[in-house]
Design a protein. Sequence first.
Length: 299
Amino acid sequence: MIPIDNGTTENSTPAQTALVTGGASGIGRSTVRLFLTRGWSVVAADLNESSGRALLDEHPNEVAAGRLAFARADVSSEEDVERAAAQAASLTGHLACVVNNAGIGGAFGRITETSVEDWDYTFAVLSRGVFLGVKHAAKIMQAQGTGGAIVNVASLAALTGDAGPQAYSAAKASVVHMSRVFATELGPHRIRVNCVCPGAIATPLNPSASRGFDGSELARAQPLPFVGEPEHLASAIYFLGSSESSFVTGQYLAVDGGLEAAGPRLGQYLGTDPRYGSLVGVNRGNTGVKSTVHGKATQ
Ligand SMILES: NC(=O)c1ccc[n+]([C@@H]2O[C@H](COP(=O)([O-])OP(=O)(O)OC[C@H]3O[C@@H](n4cnc5c(N)ncnc54)[C@H](O)[C@@H]3O)[C@@H](O)[C@H]2O)c1
């Protein structure tokens, strides 16, 4: 029997805190809910104070017990992120997880018409925001000396060229790679860094994902036949943010109903994939052995 090193000491103390940026809406809000359900204390940081108030109103018992707090923070501001991280660390004295989730759609339109200001704003929130979140989480976790987990929220748009606006996609790609490079640096401190890549998730940021799914273009592209919900992301984030994934670091997990796996579906569009035609059999290439074709596929 090999003794298992649990990687970090996450979950080994009863009172531990997660900081969730963009925690007042959508994926972040579902993530806050799940961590609370699992017994964690949570600080939700967000720029939108009225959504933050609504979140607190939804959880009066947890607020009264000191298990849930809101921090008004702009993730593109180092001062704000540092303050939110310190607030989270002081809630229970043990910051075990930081979820860098805050996001916006950012600049859109043709590259020839995209302004530098809009491009920089997009990167300030989506890329610098994650850098700052990892930086201040790492400082606190290193000082605590008990490891920790950082989960960054990227996007399917980080993995393909046409799943989102250009600035958004490029900034999200930086999130995937930051997760790898920071994971290698922070591993010796038992601080794990991973990221999730959501596909189309029904949140206020992506209203088209919530509209009628059946018969939609999305339903045709996505292998799993149902709408992606914020709760699907919350479970994946919880997995990566808790000791359930103690030996996983530097990874991305696509939570996308199979969109990345399906890829560009070239076979379907070019007619070169027999799954979409009417033939079954085996192609033996140039081996000199005859290929076989069994006529019409029966489904
Ligand atoms: N919904 C999707 O289909 C989808 C797909 C891929 C990736 N994502 C990513 O998931 C994350 C969450 O998005 P969502 O769909 O839940 O959106 P959402 O709009 O419901 O929630 C995002 C939250 O981030 C906050 N926020 C925005 N800018 C901020 C800033 N500068 N500082 C602090 N908070 C800020 C907003 O106020 C909001 O509460 C984002 O990073 C987004 O890019 C979403």
